[in-house]
Design a protein around this ligand. Structure first.
Ligand code: IMP
Length: 394
């Protein structure tokens, strides 16, 4: 490797977990660099289903260092729940490290996320309502509570009080919510602190040390390129940077430590939440692909929007992330569909045509896919393990 980044090349849910799980077998360390428990993936190992939201799935390999980097926002209730579940299943957690600098999702972040979406009404983003956006907003506003704050009662209480103050107005409907009581919130978060204390560490130094000693580090991205807050379909995006460059800032690794970049894409496209989706199949075919692909969210259970493979967006993702490799998942879902469409350009208003991803939101909102039609295949490819055994059409 030695520094290897894995990112989503579409709108998220590309099957990154599967690829990370495979590559993690050779890695000395896996570290997540952004997002929070808006992400989630399911791993099936020897018939056992494992659901992960925050902890890298590499934890299933005993002794491997698995870290949650500074760029992640952590809901400690979800984290401690995940720890309890893994412990109950007998997983060795000694390799877990949690960045002391990672920011925390607080109860008011979740309330703000709900309230914000309700206020937007029809214009809502369709967030996961996990408090992700408000937590990153507080980080930028320098009102965030960090993991290290959990270890000092006085500091914690002072910081929570300061963070709560400016939110009073937006949280007025929740004023009487017991969740917003300063004293009990501080106590709850101190308890979380005690429960994760043994895992809190300087994950940046651990990453450097692993790399400097010639070890292999896997930088695990969440979501995908098009929900990137800077480069995606703003404002219908998440509040972090899921692109490869963020593997450096979200962990403390230097940009030159990122030696190899892998993108993951499905053989078709999906998107959760609102926002432009030029190749969307809002019809029976889309519904059929949703069913055979099991396109329902791991975290929220929401039905995903489904569409044809979008090569305009994929070329954009390849460039933004500097992809060296592309893993294509779920090709078998397209089996038996007959002719398949692949979007090679976008069509806009008045016969406009784009082969590059348009930067302007209006253009993107009006874009529709221009397709190349490819013949499909009927052979069952589910058990094929070698590219050469695939039908020619696949
Ligand atoms: P948030 O990240 O919860 O603020 O949601 C912002 C947007 O990103 C919404 O459209 C979500 O559906 C989308 N999103 C967030 N996490 C994921 C994910 O893991 N997969 C796919 N979409 C996601």
């Amino acid at each position: 490797m030695p520094g290897m980044v894995i990112v989503g090349a579409q709108w998220g849910d590309e099957g990154k977990g599967k690829v990370v799980d495979l590559l993690a077998e050779k890695a000395d360390m896996v570290i997540r660099f952004q997002g929070g428990n808006n992400a989630g993936h399911t791993i099936v190992r020897e018939g056992v289903h494992w659901k992960f939201h925050l902890i890298p799935s590499g934890i299933l390999s005993p002794g491997r260092l698995c870290a949650i980097g500074n760029g992640v926002v952590i809901d400690p209730k979800v984290l401690t729940g995940e720890l309890d579940e893994l412990r109950a299943k007998g997983v060795d957690l000694s390799g877990l490290r949690i960045s002391a600098n990672a920011h925390l999702i607080m109860p008011y972040h979740m309330l703000l996320d709900h309230a914000g979406e309700a206020r937007l009404g029809k214009l809502q983003i369709g967030t996961t309502r996990r408090g992700i956006g408000p937590a990153y907003a507080d980080k930028a506003a320098r009102l965030g509570i960090r993991v290290q704050d959990l270890l000092d009662e006085k500091i914690l209480k002072k910081k929570i009080a300061a963070a709560l103050e400016p939110k009073r107005l937006s949280l007025r409907p929740f004023a009487k919510s017991p969740e917003l009581d300063l004293q009990s919130m501080t106590e709850d978060y101190l308890t979380y602190g005690h429960r994760i204390e043994q895992y809190i560490a300087d994950t940046t130094r651990i990453t450097w040390k692993t790399l400097d000693e010639g070890g292999d580090v896997l930088f695990e991205g969440a979501q995908g390129t098009l929900p990137d807050i800077d480069h995606g379909t703003y404002p219908f995006v998440t509040s972090s940077n899921p692109v490869a460059a963020s593997a450096a800032t979200g962990t403390g690794a230097g940009p030159k430590d990122l030696d190899e970049i892998w993108g993951v894409t499905k053989a078709y496209a999906t998107r959760v939440g609102s926002g432009p989706f030029p190749t969307e199949l809002d019809d029976e075919l889309g519904a059929a692909i949703r069913e055979s692909g099991g396109e329902y969210g791991t975290t929220t259970g929401r039905a995903r929007r489904v569409g044809w493979l979008d090569l305009v967006a994929l070329r954009y993702a390849a460039r933004i992330n500097g992809l060296d490799h592309l893993a294509i998942t779920k090709l078998d879902v397209l089996t038996g569909l007959g002719t398949l469409n692949v979007c090679t350009r976008y069509r806009g208003v008045e016969e406009a045509s784009f082969d590059a991803y348009p930067y302007h939101q209006t253009v993107m909102h009006q874009a529709a896919g221009d397709y190349e039609r490819l013949s499909g295949w009927d052979e069952d490819i589910g058990d094929i393990r070698d590219e050469r055994d695939l039908p020619q059409a696949a």
